[in-house]
Write a protein that binds this ligand. Structure first.
Ligand code: SF4
Length: 315
C-alpha cells in the first residue's frame, strides 16, 4: 500500500488565521463567537475549553465579552448590532471574503445588478449578500440563472469563495446569454483552487481517494464531488473512527486530501491508522516520513496584491 498526501490538504490560510486569532484571545479572556469558528467539532471543543462560547444569536450574548466574527464573515447589520450592544469585535473574516464584501458593496452602490453565485444557505453567502442592495441576489444553481430576466442592464457576477471552477465557467457562460452587459469577477479563493486542482490530479493517479473533513464543510463536500469525477473509489471520513469496516487494505495506492477546516492532527491520525493497516501489507509511504508529509502542507497567506487586484474579465 502506498499513500499520497495532497500538499494542499487541511487548514487553509483563512481558517488557520481565524483559529489562531480566537485561541490567542481566548487565553486572555472569555469570548463569544457568532456561530462555530470552524466546521470541526474537535477544534471547537478545544476552543470551548479555552474559554470560547459559540452562540448562534446575538440575543443570547448577555455578558460583556468580545465576540469573534468567524472567517465566513458577517453583514454590516451584525457589526452595527454588536456596536449597539457595546461588545468588542475580534474580526477573523478571511481577506478573500472581505474582498467579496467590498466588491458587492461597490458595485451595488452604482446601481448595477449584482449576482453572487453560491449556496444561499451558507453563512459566507448570507453575510456577503447583506453588503449589497435590493438589486443583489444569490444564484444557487443553473436553474436560478435560467430564471434571470434577459436585459441590457449593467450586471456583475461574483462567486462564493469555495465554488468549483467548472461551475463558475458554466454559470458565466449561461448568464452571459441573458445579460450582454456582464462583468464577471472570479472570487473563488486561491486556497480553494489549489486544493481542487490538486485533488483532481491525485484522484486520477490513485486506486482509492480519501477525503477528510466535516460534512458541514462546503469546501470538503466540493473536494468529494471533484474526486468522484475522476475516480470511482472515493471515501469521505469526518474522523478516523469512521474508517472502521471499510475495505481499505486491498487498494495499492491511496490518495488523501482534506477540506480547509480539517486540522493537521486529524490527517496525521488517519495516516497512522492506515499505517497500522498496512503493516502486514508491506506498507510504503513513497520514502516520506509522516512529519515530512505534514511539513509539506501549505498554510501560506495570499500573495502580495492577490486579494486587492482579483481577476476581472468582461463578457
Ligand atoms: S477557503 Fe479561502 S476564503 Fe475560505 S477561509 Fe480559506 S482561504 Fe479564506
Amino acid at each position: 500500500m502506498q499513500l499520497k498526501l495532497a500538499k494542499y490538504a487541511g487548514f487553509c490560510f483563512g481558517v488557520d488565521r481565524a483559529v489562531r486569532m480566537a485561541e490567542e484571545k481566548a487565553k486572555e479572556q472569555l469570548l463569544y463567537s457568532l456561530g462555530s469558528v470552524i466546521h470541526n467539532e474537535s477544534v471547537m471543543h478545544r476552543l470551548t475549553q479555552e474559554g470560547l462560547v459559540s452562540l448562534d444569536s446575538l440575543d443570547e450574548m448577555t455578558e460583556e465579552r468580545p465576540v469573534v466574527i468567524r472567517s465566513h464573515g458577517e453583514g454590516p447589520q451584525v457589526y452595527e448590532l454588536l456596536k449597539e450592544k457595546g461588545l468588542k469585535i475580534i474580526d477573523t473574516t478571511c481577506p478573500y471574503v472581505l474582498k467579496v464584501h467590498r466588491l458587492i458593496k461597490e458595485h451595488s452602490e452604482t446601481g448595477k445588478d449584482v449576482f453572487l453565485l453560491g449556496d444561499s444557505q451558507h453563512p459566507e453567502v448570507r453575510g456577503s449578500l447583506a453588503w449589497g442592495s435590493e438589486n443583489t441576489r444569490v444564484l444557487d444553481d443553473l436553474d436560478a440563472i435560467r430564471s434571470v430576466s434577459v436585459s441590457d442592464k449593467a450586471t456583475v457576477l461574483l462567486a462564493q469563495t469555495t465554488l468549483t471552477e467548472e461551475f463558475w465557467e458554466e454559470a458565466k457562460k449561461l448568464l452571459g446569454e441573458r445579460r450582454k452587459n456582464l462583468e464577471t469577477i472570479n472570487t473563488i479563493c486561491s486556497a480553494t483552487r489549489e486544493r481542487q486542482e490538486e485533488a483532481a490530479q491525485l484522484a486520477k493517479e490513485v486506486d482509492l481517494m480519501i477525503v477528510l473533513g466535516s460534512r458541514k464543510s462546503n469546501n470538503t463536500l466540493k473536494l468529494v464531488e471533484i474526486c468522484k469525477k475522476h475516480n470511482k473509489q472515493v471515501l469521505h471520513f469526518e474522523n478516523s473512527s469512521e474508517m472502521i469496516g471499510n475495505d481499505i487494505v486491498n487498494y495499492g495506492t491511496i490518495g488523501i486530501t482534506a477540506g480547509a477546516s480539517t486540522p493537521a492532527w486529524l490527517i496525521q491520525e488517519v495516516i497512522e491508522v492506515l499505517n497500522n493497516y498496512g503493516k502486514e501489507q508491506h506498507f510504503s509511504m513513497e520514502n516520506l516520513s509522516m512529519k515530512d508529509m505534514l511539513d509539506q502542507q501549505d498554510f501560506s497567506a495570499p500573495k502580495k496584491n492577490e486579494i486587492l487586484k482579483g481577476n476581472r474579465t468582461a463578457m
